[in-house]
Design a protein around this ligand. Sequence first.
Ligand code: HEC
Length: 139
Amino acid sequence: MSDSAKRGFKVFTGKARCAICHSGFNFTDNGFHNIGLPENKDEGRYAIKPIKVMKGAFKTPTLRDIALTAPYMHTGEFATLEEVVEHYNSGGKKSMGNLDPNMRPLKLSKKQKADLVAFLRSLTGDFREVTAPELPVNN
Ligand code: HEC
């Protein structure tokens, strides 16, 4: 891990508060949140659970191998991880009266943003070839 990525981990868990939602070994709380995406017009989880805190809420995705899976968000509105970090830094847009209370302007410095992106890139694992196992034949 580079020094920048190590500093980025501190930003991720500290000032940027990403780990509030992207928690645990898969970097997800398995919860649903409205993170104020400018292009979201979808009521999200509310369609299934019609309570106010689900308005415009989507499931927190894992961040493993995140550098390989652009574009980002269910809307695909961000082409790069830098754009994702700018979104969070802005605090998100007011959305359906249900912007998650953990979304707020972060006031990250240029260096903190770059370190955060370096950390996100470090979550890419070696390519694993997946082959179907040979199953026993049941005679
Ligand atoms: C309030 C909870 C919450 C916080 C805080 C949060 N996230 Fe997220 N994150 C989500 C949710 C929910 C999504 C999926 C949103 C969607 O697609 O509608 C998401 C999506 C993402 C994605 C895109 C994943 C993909 O596969 O498209 C990235 C990258 C990401 N978050 C990184 C971060 C970083 C970096 C921070 C800190 C600056 C952060 N998140 C803070 C809940 C959160």
